[in-house]
Ligand binder design. Structure first.
Ligand SMILES: [Zn+2]
Length: 244
């Protein structure tokens, strides 16, 4: 037995190519959530790059143009969900099972739409969890690869709920002053508990904070501790019995 490791990255920035290279080098698995275009103006991988990443990793959808679903009406939200899925499926020539909510913002009605659109599961951005959550359409994460302050963790903890399940994660996050130490501590905890560790990231942030060596080192650390059969895509996590 060992921890279960899964990884996801959002937005389909061209630097996801580098992320795929580092995951592959370390023998890890993961899911890339990609919009067709990005309304915030950030570049998205071209079709041949998406196909390249999709040969080795799972591709999930992230709406048509990185739309925060709460900011639009239900008809437009539904178009964003269905059109983003269809365009990726046309490109990949196979079903797209996974979805992640841009900005982690959604209502219950959106989760129902994601399900009706034919997705098998959806990832939220709730953090500090060590399991696959309560619902396949709200799969939480453990930690974002980003130098958030302690105050951000605390605020997010209060706002997002599931306090009982997330208390260990918060305690560990608040114990460490360095954001990298915090990530290692949460991962070590999931190894001790043989629970789920879900790291997520934006490649563009890793460029901004110049942390490619740090994520590569962390992937190497994970690969030493997590059994090969426990290195999952988000879809594999969603299809197994890790829900509580
Ligand atoms: Zn996003």
């Amino acid at each position: 037995m060992s921890a279960v490791f899964t990884f996801s990255t959002d937005d389909g920035h061209p630097s996801d190519m580098k992320m795929a290279e580092l995951l592959g080098k370390n023998g890890l698995n993961g899911t890339f959530y990609i919009p067709i275009t990005n309304r915030e103006g950030l570049p998205v991988m071209c079709q041949s790059q998406i196909l390249d990443v999709g040969r080795q990793f799972e591709i999930g959808s992230h709406t048509y143009d990185h739309c925060y679903l709460k900011n639009v009406g239900l008809v437009e939200a539904n178009r964003q969900i269905t059109e983003g899925k269809k365009r990726l499926e046309d490109l990949l020539g196979k079903p797209v099972a996974g979805f992640s909510y841009p900005g982690g913002k959604y209502r219950e009605a959106h989760a129902a739409m994601v399900q009706s659109a034919g997705f098998e599961y959806a990832r939220s951005s709730m953090n500090l969890c060590f399991d696959a959550g309560l619902s396949r359409f709200e799969i939480p994460t453990t930690i974002q690869f980003y130098p958030h302050t302690k105050a951000v963790y605390f605020r997010n903890f209060l706002k997002a709920g599931r306090w009982n399940k997330r208390a260990d994660g918060l305690r560990l996050a608040l114990q460490h002053n360095s954001w990298l130490e915090r990530m290692y501590a949460l991962f070590d905890h999931s190894c001790e508990q043989e629970s789920v560790f879900h790291l997520w990231a934006h490649s563009v942030d890793i460029n901004r904070i110049n942390a490619w060596n740090d994520i590569d080192r962390f992937f190497g650390y994970v690969a030493k501790k997590v059994a090969v059969q426990n290195r999952l895509t988000n879809q594999q996590l969603a299809s197994r019995e890790y829900f509580i």
